[in-house]
Design a protein around this ligand. Structure first.
Ligand code: SF4
Length: 424
């Protein structure tokens, strides 16, 4: 178990691997895990390379895939996985289609990346399939789904344990602009309102910790009350839930269970720094996993760009893990190409921050600059974040003189200056 080992000062194989991959001392990894500021994503039942997330490590990106009830094509989800497996750091399977467990098992089988899920989706789907309402799910079934996912090897799970009955009841009097936009969060909120009971994941958090510990899985404490629109950013519900989550983070650490904190959502650009600092201060540096964030509400069709802007700013101020967003966000389940576009956009955001911290990462940009200055097209294409796309664009509009590009042709600024400097 990573946290227990770290607490005893024992260096594990996973710590060594992460230290080597990140190029940071293993003592830093061990202390970070012990303090709850770094998590190792690797279930004991999943044969993958571990991924470290948190303090002074590279910013990582997650890609969500998964079927829905309205678009239930498991093969397409596998194709989505294949197209991002060399771009993403982690994959979340959010399947809610008919055969959700089969999709999850297949992704767990083929994935070389840590896999995350939201087990309550499966509990809810099973309720609907048996002709019952989601609010009728019994508390045990929620924990049964969690246990099943972790036993199968899921490395991290989103659990909406911080949304409590009092927070939801308060919403009755003072409605938010958008309400609750978290699917799992809504299931729990509706369940609490219908049954008049406390959130089982909050009430029985110790039981949840026991299950997670059995598999050394990481809890991703979901932000059920994240703002779903700029007007709701940093409102009493978001902050109230974050306070609850900060207490749960401490309890997880006391029990030797790794946890990270999920964050917003829709956040005006000038509030991103505050969101990150607030999370870091009140959780004593727990890894922060932000969903975008989206910095405007009107970018439908282009929300991958929107999220990459927010993600870069959030990571610059200390967020550790960025969940991608696709161009189809708010509109439809993304197709394979949209998943790819979203992953590339968020990869650029993470890279933009990583090059400010890791010289090795910056060197690729340095090499690219040199290649540009030398008009070395083969090298420029190879160093691109998406070489295939870069090659396609160049090939489609190939210049008369292969030394330049069709943007300026013979008026190529780099070529003209180079020719005259060489003559001088
Ligand atoms: S042709 Fe223009 S855009 Fe293309 S490499 Fe030369 S200066 Fe840059």
């Amino acid at each position: 178990m990573q946290m227990e080992s770290a607490n005893k000062g024992i260096v594990t194989e996973e710590m060594l691997k992460i230290s080597k991959k990140e190029g940071v001392p293993v003592e830093h990894i061990m202390k970070g895990i012990s303090k709850g500021r770094i998590v190792v994503l690797k279930n004991i039942n999943h044969n993958i390379e571990p991924v470290g997330i948190g303090e002074r490590l590279r910013v990582k990106i997650n890609v969500n895939i998964g079927t829905s009830m309205d678009h239930d094509y498991p093969e397409e989800e596998i194709e989505k996985y294949r197209i991002v497996e060399n771009i993403a750091d982690t994959i979340m399977d959010l399947s809610t289609g008919k055969d959700a467990s089969r999709v999850r098992r297949e992704i767990l089988r083929i994935s070389k990346l840590p896999v995350g899920t939201v087990p309550i989706y499966e509990t809810a789907v099973k309720m609907l399939e048996s002709g019952k309402a989601i609010v009728e799910m019994d508390e045990d079934s929620i924990f049964r789904s969690i246990h099943e996912h972790l036993k199968e090897g899921v490395d991290f799970i989103t659990v909406h344990a911080g949304i409590t009955k009092d927070l939801v009841e308060r919403m009755k009097g003072a409605r938010r602009t958008v309400g609750i936009v978290s699917r799992g969060g809504t299931f729990i909120a509706a369940w609490m309102l219908h049954n008049g009971k406390e959130n089982p994941l909050f009430k029985d958090f110790d039981y949840l910790l026991e299950i997670a510990k059995e598999f050394d899985a990481t809890l991703s404490l979901g932000d059920a009350l994240r703002p779903g629109g700029l007007p709701d950013s940093l409102d009493q519900y978001q902050v109230g839930e974050l306070l609850n989550i900060s207490r749960l983070v401490r309890r997880a650490r006391e029990k030797g269970v790794q946890s990270m904190v999920e964050g917003p959502g829709h956040v005006p650009l000038d509030q991103i720094e505050m969101n990150v600092k607030l999370e870091k201060i009140i959780t004593d540096g727990a890894p922060f996993y932000v969903l975008g964030p989206l910095v405007t509400d009107i970018a439908s069709g282009y929300d991958h760009i929107n999220a990459a802007i927010g993600g870069a700013v959030a990571a610059f101020y200390g967020a550790d893990f960025l969940c991608y967003v696709t161009p189809a966000e708010h509109l439809a389940l993304p197709n394979v190409n949209e998943v790819y576009q979203g992953a590339i956009a968020m990869k650029i955001a993470a890279h933009a921050v990583n090059i400010t911290r890791f010289r090795e990462d910056y060197m690729r940009d340095m090499e690219m600059s040199i290649a540009r200055g030398n008009l070395d097209w083969a090298k420029q294409l190879r160093l691109s974040i998406d070489p295939l796309n870069a090659s396609r664009v160049r090939k489609e509009r190939y210049p008369k003189n292969g030394n330049v590009c069709t943007m300026c042709g013979e008026l190529c600024a780099i070529k003209i200056l180079r020719d005259y400097l060489n003559r001088a």
